[in-house]
Design a binder for this molecule. Sequence first.
Ligand code: HEM
Length: 219
Amino acid sequence: MSGFLGSTVGKKYLMGITGLIWAGFVLAHMAGNLLIFVSHDAYNSYGHALTSGNIIYVAEAVLVLALIVHVYTAISLTIANRSAKDQRYAVTASGKKKTSLASRTMAVQGSLILVFIILHLITFKYGTHYTTNVHGVEMRDLARLMVEVFQQPGYVVWYFIALILLGFHLKHGVNSSFQSLGLMEGTYRNTWKKLSIAYAVVVIAGFLSQPAYCFLAAQ
Ligand code: HEM
């Protein structure tokens, strides 16, 4: 990458935009998943409608591309940051590091989230293909798969750990994206910060409700 997009500011910009694309996707994904609380038929019909058209391929291509750019810029910025030792060891007057634990561990969190996404796709997208019939239409029974997966304590514990980690990553990431896009200057600084926290809490609480519900309903 050369020119603006190859510069540190350009890479931060790209990382912010691609992060926000994923942030939009996870919010929509979480909201769609809540249909499991309406009924299994509602959830399956929603999944069927989403995957029946061609739009899904466009969405998947955008997500894959955004993820590649996000990971590439993250690695590149982390390497640049590590070599700038002065910055890395910056301390405040009290001797404490300026950055929070959440921000210093973004690369580790991101790597674990990448592992989570791969395992998640294996479990659900490429998992057991049960079928069901809703009002005469044959479709995949994803609700059955979800309930079956989250009746296993190992999956529930893993999802809780991964999702809480994702919550911290989202909170810090969305906030940093606003910063990279120049929205954190001036009077709205605190509003954007609160928005990032509210967003992360809503997304993670929504996602956690599914494993919690499926596990408890089976007890
Ligand atoms: C309790 C939490 C979650 C549940 C129950 C859940 C459920 C599902 C299910 C059932 C699918 C398969 C959809 C299909 O093939 O039609 C799916 C796909 C997917 N999920 Fe999740 N998900 C959860 C959390 C997440 C999170 C946190 C992320 C991202 C960080 C994520 C990313 C994806 C992606 C990228 C796909 C593939 C979409 C596609 O290519 O069509 N999911 N999820």
